[in-house]
Design a protein around this ligand. Sequence first.
Ligand SMILES: [Zn+2]
Length: 335
Amino acid sequence: MTETLITSEVDFDVTGKQTGFLRVPHSVHRSAYGWLPVPVVTIQNGDGPTILLISGVHGDEYEGQIALTRLARELDPERIDGRIIVLTMANFPAAQAGLRTSPIDQGNLNRSFPGAAQGSPTAMVAHFIEEVLMPIADYAVDLHSGGSSLYYLPTLLRGRGHTPDEAARLEVLQAAFDLPYAWVFRGGGGPASTARTTMGAANRKGVLSVMAELGGGGSVTPDILHRTERGLRRVLHALDILPDYRPDAARGTRELHAKGSIYAYHSGVIEPLKDLGQAVSRDETVGLIHHPETPWEAADPVSSPLDGIILCKRALGRVERGDAVFQIAADVGAE
Ligand SMILES: [Zn+2]
């Protein structure tokens, strides 16, 4: 049983479409009895499974926020068999501000699970998702992107599954979403997961979940948005929640393992010498850090410690020591 202080304006057991807010109590100078409004939509009909669809865990990642906003508006409960719970702005203060973390408590929701019933607003939302929503869900999809600082190839993220049945069902979700790339984790997951992410929360509650990194750079592209919206409907159809939908032909997914990141060791302006999807070799120079403050100084080369392809790149020009410039992945089975 949960001791959450968050109250929901929607009843998760009622058929039809309901809209409203999760009220996160937030008593402050300008609003003594106030609450933060986390938008929630439920669409329910019949006896099918429950899927939790989440975006805005990081507030500066917009592909999922747009896709779920449109989906919540367009889905007709008459055409649904099951229950769809949508959180478009899971960390509402962060999403409202267009920031990765909450400006109220600096909370990074995807590092806050399992949360705390009486913690900060971000911790309270994490606790509500893990203790109230995950226990009533069969499936969860958490939509991310590179945010303001990174840019990803459109990639589905998933575990390998801890049983043959789980592995097969995760492959069904991956094939249904049909993004061009999948990042398949080598380990982790399962009910003993200690991850502080939504996937960790899902694993602890026995919910089959996938995540996606859908682009980023603080904006959206028509192509990635289309892939996201198409993928969500295909997933709902594959789970028999949206039975009338007619999916088009699958385009196929390239499965990758993430190998690691390439970091800046100097401050300056990064000139990437490689782009997303390109191959890199170990010790190859993949970028130059220029010093416009002292233009007479030579640029510092950035070399790759890894072989692989570029899954993610830095979206911002300025770098400091410790910033990830590229993330490198390799085909599953390539090593
Ligand atoms: Zn994110």
